[in-house]
Design a protein around this ligand. Sequence first.
Ligand code: GLY
Ligand code: MN
Ligand code: MN
Length: 449
Amino acid sequence: MSSTTLTKLPIEEFQAHRLAFFKQMPSNSVAIISANTEVTRSNDTEYGFCQDKNFYYLTGFNEPDALLVLVKDENNHCESILFCLAKDALQEVWHGRRIGQEKAVADYKVEHAFTCDEIDSYLPDYIDGKSQVLFPFANDVLTSKVFGWIAQVKSTLRQGGHAPSNLFDSAVITNELRLIKSSNELALMRQANIISGNAHQRAMQKAGVGKFEYQVEAEILHEFARNGARYAAYGTIVAGGDNANILHYTNNSDVLNNNELLLIDAGGELDGYAADITRTFPINGKFTTEQKAIYQLVLDAKNLAVNAIKPGMSFAKLNVLTIEFLTKGLLELGVLSGDLTALIEEKKVKDYFIHGLGHWLGLDVHDVGDYHANAEREQHRPFEQGMVMTIEPGIYIPLSDLNVDEKWRGIGVRIEDNIAVTAQGFENLTQDAPDTIDAIEALMAKANS
Ligand code: GLY
Ligand code: MN
Ligand code: MN
């Protein structure tokens, strides 16, 4: 990894995120966004902590139980207040260091920091007299706390308290901000893709007949962490043979068989930003004739969609292109039969291409941001520079599908790249995970020689 590689966003980036959020708050309002809390795995042990992504986007702060309060007064003066865990020598000896209030102000550039113990006594004061409260409506724990704090203000009406009645879902703002990536965010996602692409290469080199899916998963996680992406962005999918036809297969418990394909959907997370890459390859290093045919069709569909990406394009238009292309291909192979136009019209290919073409990508693997323009129900929103998405066509023919010739059964192929929209066209962030049949077979032959 070169020393100039970006592996963490500078704190100024998070300040810029807050500034952009403040711009959209009305005068005399307060926004309240909470961090995640730790989740019990078993008895007194917890799962690895994952921060709330909206909270992280606005703070860069990675401790549990914190609360961000953004205040914009009548004169549009803005202040950020962070409530976080108090320094505590005993807790820190047992569970790890805490940043504390002093360093929160110094390093995270908020105006004030207080302890979590002070939240319930301070919040009614921040809310009192404001005309609007913004918070994430999807967070029911926080929502009920906000209503509690508002009720407390209401109980002071006779003493001059004024409770806001205007509530606004802060996700409407954070979703849109997060959808457009800055050049630093793009640099991180590029790096997450390089690391993840190398992990896919390692998987191709280490997979083989007789190995277990989880052993290949271990190779991937090893390669992520070794290169700075300590966590996977989502549950790694290592699906041999017919398991590839289970879309979110994460059991990864089966043995890998000769003459079957292996579908791997794996992406590392770098400073919270996800990569989401899928590759499918033959376990023994050589595609069979039928595997090759389906694979090449999916690869061509993926490239067709990727190459069409530019500002103004939309998922809806890409879907039309891809559905037509895959329908024609499956008809030529004999997987589908009938009249091309009729098959396209009834979207018959969706029997085999059973999920969407792609999704936004960012701090969440299925990232936030509206897919629709206005009230359109189809995904017509025009792409803009700075959006990042996956393109991931797939064809899935389970062993149980008796409508097709036996030779096709048990083949599941998905190929997934991560694409950034640029001023004129696109940048394919997924450069390091081989996808052509020749490149995959050559890499696997080299590994086995
Ligand atoms: N890894 C989940 C997806 O591709 O959407
Ligand atoms: Mn995806
Ligand atoms: Mn994926």
